[in-house]
Design a protein around this ligand. Structure first.
Ligand code: CDP
Ligand code: CDP
Length: 224
């Protein structure tokens, strides 16, 4: 039996993965996996329980039975609504620290694979096309200049009423890119068969259209 189709959207922070993946999923009526949220939830839980971010065994154990729920756009961790808390930039930084630990990545595999069911899935993250869904129908790798990405993040934070400092944002983002790209397990890099899309000069809508056209092409290719 054919498995449900998957579209993977990987890339560095603020390249537009979440926005593009969510809209593509909506358009196709597919499920959506924000894999970064799982790393963020694991990091947040470790912090809240006073577990050191280097304690691989303890964090992997937690990740294996992560007590989270996704309900109508809200995220719950141990019954607490953490929708805003998980998006905080320091949680992103903590997530990138635990994401280097192989046992933690392994512990989150089953949870991610379970999002793949009929009619299909759009998954965003760092290793969706390289490790988690290597047989995806379409793999996209989004990029954008560090300046474009930092100013997008800045705008998002200000709109949410959270104060932000452009200099710190650029610093955090470059530090996170470096850690994500340098790690040995599932580093941030395009799959050999990924299409690379630089969104520095594109609107989110333009990026969505490109992904939808490429996906439609994979469908006609299969039909021939
Ligand atoms: O998930 P990721 O960190 O890659 O990015 P995001 O959370 O989707 O944030 C990207 C932000 O940049 C959103 O506010 C988008 O509206 C905006 N944006 C985009 O996603 N794509 C563009 N081509 C231009 C802007
Ligand atoms: O939205 P943004 O791109 O800022 O971050 P995210 O996608 O929520 O991911 C937060 C951190 O989790 C990343 O910096 C990665 O270190 C890690 N991550 C990962 O290692 N593998 C994934 N598939 C997704 C996220």
């Amino acid at each position: 039996t054919a498995r449900s189709p998957v579209i993977t959207i990987d890339g560095p922070t603020a390249s537009g993965k979440g926005t593009v993946a969510h809209r593509v999923a909506k358009h196709l009526g597919f499920h959506y996996l924000d894999s970064g949220a799982l790393y963020r939830l694991t990091a947040l839980m470790a912090t809240r329980h006073g577990i050191a971010l280097e304690d691989e065994a303890a964090i992997a154990t937690m990740a294996r039975t992560l007590p989270c729920r996704f309900v109508h756009g809200h995220v719950f961790l141990e019954e607490a609504d953490v929708t805003d808390a998980v998006r905080a930039e320091e949680v992103g930084v903590a997530a990138s620290r635990i994401a280097v630990l192989p046992a933690v990545r392994q512990a989150l595999v089953d949870l991610q694979v379970a999002f793949r069911y009929t009619p299909g899935l759009v998954a965003d993250g760092r290793d969706m096309g390289t490790v988690i869904f290597p047989d995806a129908s379409l793999k996209v790798f989004l990029t954008a200049s560090a300046e474009a990405r930092a100013s997008r993040r800045y705008k998002q934070l200000i709109e949410k009423g959270i104060s932000a400092n452009m200099e710190n944002l650029v610093k955090d983002l470059m530090e996170r890119d470096a850690r994500d790209s340098a790690r040995t397990t599932a580093p941030l890099k395009p799959a050999p068969d990924a299409i690379i899309l630089d969104t520095s000069e594109l609107t989110a809508e333009e990026a969505v259209s490109k992904v939808l056209v490429w996906y439609a092409q994979t469908q006609t290719n299969n039909a021939v």
